[in-house]
Design a protein around this ligand. Sequence first.
Ligand code: HXH
Length: 332
Amino acid sequence: MQKIQSLAETYKNYFKIGAAVTVEDLQGLHGDLLKRHFNSITAENAMKFGEIHPKEDWYDFEKADKMKEFALNNNMKMRGHTFVWHNQTSDWVFLDKNGREASRELVLERLKEHVKVVCNRYKDVVYAWDVVNEAIEDKLNEQYRDTKWRRILGEDYIKTVFEIVKAEDSEAALIYNDYNNEIPYKMEKTYKMLKELVEKGTPMDGVGLQAHWNIWDRNLIGNLRKAIERYASLGLQIQITEMDVSMFEFEDRRKDLVEPTSEMLYLQEMVYDNIFSVFREYKDVITSVTFWGVSDKYTWKDNFPVPGRKDWPLIFDVKSQPKASFNRIVDF
Ligand code: HXH
């Protein structure tokens, strides 16, 4: 493996190359892959609110600390994922001592405290925070997702949250992160929101495209180009935050496949080739590209959207060997 060209090294004059990790990934074959090919890591779960701060008076830093140590020891940086999200957030945040919905003041106080503790513990290694995750509504006629954060903190909450994070970490890039935000229905809504935030003077530096893609989408490259240009026109940087290229369309619920067909692997190769050409073309605005996992041995796609269905969305195979997709993106 040591003879294989390093991905992060190949892209050192373009953007950071990242992977989402669990603590188990820091050792063994995945640890070796991380050290050789990546210069950025994101905790897949360990820094989400519910994981790192499960009770009001109890933080669980164990996993995130191990990731930070790994990053520091291996000359890597981290992306912080994530502060304000409608999922994987502890219920206590939104409840008062009587079990009723907490007031705006109380939730704001708790969020400030949480951000202060997490920022101060990790900001020496974190170069970007996903400050708000997935705040745009998927339904066509609605702009914002209805969440407890929004309901309690009020309509202006996104700006408020960015200001809270900015006060604790003035150096890291502060990012708004979402999925499907290169697809026209959601891109226009996102653009509108980001434009308003920028105009109101929100301390926001960029937008994250989660990039949970698949090999069948004929519109991907066109959508991606348009989205990058439109977001960059607001003066924002762009990070690809959670990329994977699934073998299945979202609507496809088949469960019979035990390994990817050669046609699928070839399509995947082409998609990775094409998206990295676009990324290189826009290297002035793209600051990092993160895969949502290390190898096909383990990926969240094995359980989403079909529980227990194997998927092969990454550039290293189930044996941690580079796939044809890897070769395409290091060879240009
Ligand atoms: C991401 N969400 C999260 O940011 C990340 O923290 C997590 O580890 C994995 C993925 C992606 C996601 C978005 C929507 C969703 C499921 C996952 O559910 C829908 C998908 C399509 C349309 C509507 C909802």
